[in-house]
Design a protein around this ligand. Structure first.
Ligand SMILES: [Zn+2]
Length: 218
């Protein structure tokens, strides 16, 4: 159903958006350059920017294989982000773009934060097609899976990861809470930060409960 698709995709992308906000906030402190709300929005977009290929993948009916597009090739994506950031906003936005997309690629790497549902990433493409990651504290690589699954199955996987309190979901949402709690605390005050983090967790718990009740009723 569209609501659960949107909710699960939203939850899947939330950490990247919030991480983007967190990093531009830290950079604004470093550069002594206070930001306006829309500049935080640009930070959020930077954290999620490589996933712009999901739009293309959606039309190509190849959502599961979107890590194979140029936007998920770090050797292309990182310099491109720096150049665009530099032309549009100088040193500040070049650094913000670098950190935003670098974070995104780390998050897509298998084994990042000891999580394994990240899809994997070909860090060294075009020199190697393999997805590099970490498992049991060792660097590992593998060939990407060939995606022949139907679109519903791809959504099914997102449902299973984020609409249920899995280790992946809990770790990512804890980090999300820390990132946005920090930024809100620094800009709007500790009380609003605690309240916002509380509302976030109540919202997540409510989604998990409703989704659980709905799936057990079927
Ligand atoms: Zn991605």
């Amino acid at each position: 159903m569209w609501f659960w698709t949107l909710a699960s995709l939203g939850l899947a992308g939330f950490l990247d958006l919030v991480a983007g906000v967190f990093f531009v906030h830290l950079l604004s402190l470093y550069f002594g350059h206070p930001l306006l709300w829309w500049q935080y929005a640009i930070g959020a977009a930077l954290g999620a920017s490589p996933d712009i290929d999901l739009l293309y993948a959606f039309f190509k009916k190849n959502l599961g294989g979107h890590h194979e597009y140029l936007t998920h090739r770090p050797i292309i994506g990182i310099p491109l982000a720096i150049i665009i950031g530099w032309f549009l906003g100088g040193a500040f936005w070049a650094t913000a773009a670098l950190i935003g997309v670098f974070w995104h690629y780390l998050h897509d790497t298998e084994g990042f934060l000891c999580l394994y549902d990240n899809g994997g990433l070909a860090w060294f493409w075009p020199f190697s097609k393999e997805y590099w990651g970490v498992r049991d504290f060792r660097v590992v690589s593998r060939m990407p899976e060939v995606h022949t699954r139907k679109e519903e199955d791809v959504f099914d996987n997102v449902y299973k990861v984020y609409l249920i309190p899995t280790r992946q979901a809990i770790t990512e949402f804890l980090l999300t809470g820390i990132f946005f709690g920090y930024v809100i605390g620094d800009t709007l005050g500790v009380h609003i930060s605690v309240a916002a983090t509380y509302v976030f967790w109540v919202g997540v718990a409510a989604l998990w409960i409703v989704y659980h009740c709905r799936s057990t009723q079927r």
